[in-house]
Write a protein of this length. Sequence first.
Length: 388
Amino acid sequence: MLVHRFEPPRQKTGSKSKTTPPNITVVTRVRPISSEEGSWGLVVAVCSRSDSIGAVDLHKLRRVVGGVPPLIVILLISIGADVQTKIIYDDVVHSLIPWAWDGNVGTLFAYGQKGSGKTFTVRGLEHLVAQSLFDGTLEGERNLYLAIFELAGNSAYDLLSARAPFPVREDHLGTTQLVGIQESQIGSTPELLALLNTANELRRSAHTVKNDGSLRSHAVCRIRIERPSQEPGRDGILYLIDLAGSEAARDVFSHLTERMKETRELNMSLSVLKDYIRSMPGIDKGDGTAPSKAYIPFRQSTLTKVLKHLFDSSESRQCRTTVIACINPSFLDTGASKNTLRYAEMLCQSQPAPKWEVHYPSAHTMHDLSYRVANKEKQVPVLGLLRS
Ligand SMILES: Nc1ncnc2c1ncn2[C@@H]1O[C@H](COP(=O)(O)OP(=O)(O)OP(=O)(O)O)[C@@H](O)[C@H]1O
């Protein structure tokens, strides 16, 4: 009812017209709460509406002066929860494969707070990509090469070469080069999956020593698709990226200097990526005006150096990007979930109207509606929450 009553704000007069939208598709995915989390008393605070395309309720606890029970602030946003990885793949990832096969750059990245399901999603998608690449439906002769690496802070490690560190540099043409990285030629789905498994095991074992088991590095799987009939340098590239979870310093389990430095570098790389995306043509700053051409220090972070092609107007190959914003539905994570949705909101201002239920719809719905509901001071007691 609230969705239907809501009128999106009018475009501000005098706002600059947008330039060509970038080729970005954004979807959000709310993971289910696990039975273990349920047994700890963590209740679901973010859930999608089965009767509404792309709408989700985000319940936020607020303490009110005077002993009034906590409020639920309801935000209406996008999303479909419990969507199977295969459905996400068919709708927004599969198209990247013929795109890269034809000599373009396809990039998928999963973004979200720690524990929101990024690795789960990317691993599932990697399996489906591995099957599609060798199912015989793609035409033409191609040679496929796989590189898997990890970006932790400002260091890069080759996961196909026993986690050997390697430098990320720019050549004289401004192209990012992964110096000395190992590329393995792949000829079948099992071969590709075996290499992915080895790399993921290596990544996980390198991080288990670091207390809470969260992966604090960005994992990049790069599949280079060489077309023997074409001149060198015209290869298609497919990137599958599992970004590290964003985290606030107060949430960091250990406050050792090394650990805090790691968190700072991680947040910095995510923030530079965000600034970078914001500066792209077609991305709205949120007030209806086109972005100013601000200088973005992409060299400050290895992540943005590696992803430079996405934002570089001199890049001759066309780029298409799919972003999956992952959400942990627990009520303890609503603040982080809201940030993730805002990030998705910023990105999807450039995409056409939602096509299906996991797409993120109107950019303004979340803020305005939450504001209205909050202003009405609608109080909805949450049974059971205080006990937990
Ligand atoms: N769609 C899903 N369905 C079922 N379980 C899921 C789903 N998404 C995530 N999970 C489970 O939730 C937990 C956290 O997921 P995952 O490790 O992928 O999160 P993450 O965002 O990569 O975390 P981090 O950034 O801390 O490494 C895992 O136990 C995973 O199996």
